[in-house]
Design a protein around this ligand. Sequence first.
Ligand SMILES: [Zn+2]
Length: 235
Amino acid sequence: MTAGLVANALPSALILPALTRRQPQNLGRSCRWRTPSSDAVAVTFDDGPDVETLRTLDVLEHLGLRATFFALGSQLQSHPGIAKEIRTRGHELATHGYAHRHHLLTRPSAIRQDLDRAVEAHREVLDEAPRFFRPPYGQLALASVLEARRRGLEPVLWSTWGKEWVDTDDAAVLGRIGAGLRPGTILLLHDNDVSCPPGTGDRTRSLLRPIAGLLEARGLRGVALGELLCDRGRP
Ligand SMILES: [Zn+2]
């Protein structure tokens, strides 16, 4: 279950750029937080892509939302066409590792191997290297940080979630999400049941409309992480 083991005490500032100095080949892609006046909220989905991701793309298009999909390497290889469709429809793909391993329970050599396979799958399917990396369960070991840094990956967790994979009370999930929505928020969602209980993906898709309503009511836009975090066109 994704993030099911993550304690509520997780810090709210959950990007770790200082720990993952970019590799020289990535210097042209420098990222940093936008100013607090930004109206952007990053919408992110973990664990896919899966067959039901196609339905997610239709909902996102209908609602005018952009998103980042933190893909598992194993899922990319199982659904390469869907991964390409995500990008074709204007969204972003990042990596969630290859096999959804809990890094605090994984040997450094296995973390290294998992990230190697994840990056390789990303390159194989999408012909590009991933920029952002979200560790399964939101748990980073020292080896995760070092190995991510070696590959030019920027670890990104999240700043708010609805816990839709453990809470079937839609009002409670939306209340949790609504309490955390503000400029610069990174929202964690799951649009599939790959590592979550059955029905999670369907429930998430049904919640996207009210989530879009919350964003609109607060003058916020749902965007991909690259737009929230990166300095496109800035000096
Ligand atoms: Zn996950």
